[in-house]
Design a protein around this ligand. Sequence first.
Ligand code: PA5
Length: 458
Amino acid sequence: MSIGFDYTNMMASVLGPERGISEAELEGLRPRAEAIHRDLLVRREEGFLPFYELPFDKGPVDAVLTLAGELCRQFENVVVLGIGGSALGTLALFRALCPLHHNFLPRKERGGGLRLFVLDNVDPVGVSETLDLLAPAETVFLVISKSGSTVETMSQFSIALDWVSRSVGTSFRDHFVLVTDPVSGALRKLAADEGYRSCSIPEGVGGRFSLFTPVGLLPLALAGVDIRALLAGAASMAERVTLENFRENPAYLNAALQYLAYGKGLRISVMMPYSDRLRDLADWFRQLWAESLGKKVDLQGNLVHVGPTPVKALGTTDQHSQVQLYMEGPFDKVVTFLSPDDYGCDLAIPSLAGASGLAYLEGHTLAELIRCEQQATAVTLTQNGRANCTLSLPAVTPESVGALIYMLEIQTLFAGGLFGVNPLDQPGVEEGKDFTYALMGRPGYEEKKEEFSRAFQR
Ligand code: PA5
């Protein structure tokens, strides 16, 4: 499944030397690129980067499909309780691979899939209005948390448990599947002690790299997505994104270009799909790029405060919102377009009787229009000296999206090497979590609570 990558409009030959990237700058990265590649190979061989193997691991997929088959026979709705890496991939692929109005369609038109809801916030309005829509007897909850302790997910779990129990009584356990660490954490213990159904997130696979585990595969299979095709797409990309020569490896090359652009002051990285289906993929990537690369210290422990700021935009909608800024505002952005070659359907634009000056539209189609608008934005950005590149997919299918996701994950890992940071941790997120635990009265966080009170008084 081939993902196209056109980075002409990132280069100095087009943008000039101040903001464009020269061949010499790219080649200058070669020794580091080779060293990072070797390091990734070694760490992969030693088993420290298990997410690389996920597209090839057939066992968990068979287990997920068996469980999904059972749940599909029992329920009408599935609700994901999870946040961050435990939710964003599912949201992105639900949007990309299911009909846009999936939850409103009759079951037959959903390919037999369940209605899917993802609760990735603790706003009481969102939670209560979602529950109000659903019948407890027809609903299964996937409680997804790698750590098994994230306060948002655990709070939602308690509320859902109470809501289901009040309606179905002692069979409430059948309405929950816990997706968590294989051995540790409160959810794993609960699964063992109370007999909940459960799935494991393989050890060493962190939240935002876990889409190809039951974290994403189970909810997507329940919604009717062909998860084997998704994984086959990822696997089909494996050879290209592990090539040693970084100029031939699209994941490494894009990381290198983004890194060099960052060094020229282009510190904001906009992902702009020209596709409603790919809209939330930019949201998934926003987390992947931000949490992986935004770091205070480098691998040697030096204070560095690095990281590009990812932004999501949507074409053509944001041409009428953001693009003015991208064209004429500060020179601080790289725009990455996501572009399907084939939209899968099209609408002809008929003539508009009586409207003068609009006859030129007649005979064209919406797919043509959206494509022209993307090209027009790319050219105008370039003429204004703004770096941009395009990742293209033959069509929005499980195979192509699987390939793109796998590529972006490896791009992020490689970018971690270039920025000299650990892309797999998130100490800043953990700090915030600790204060929340303290404020909510979790035992063991008393000192943290005092620290908060002192900070609040200042
Ligand atoms: O990528 C990550 O590790 C995080 O975004 C986590 O997914 C997020 O904090 C939720 O954590 P957990 O899955 O442990 O509930």
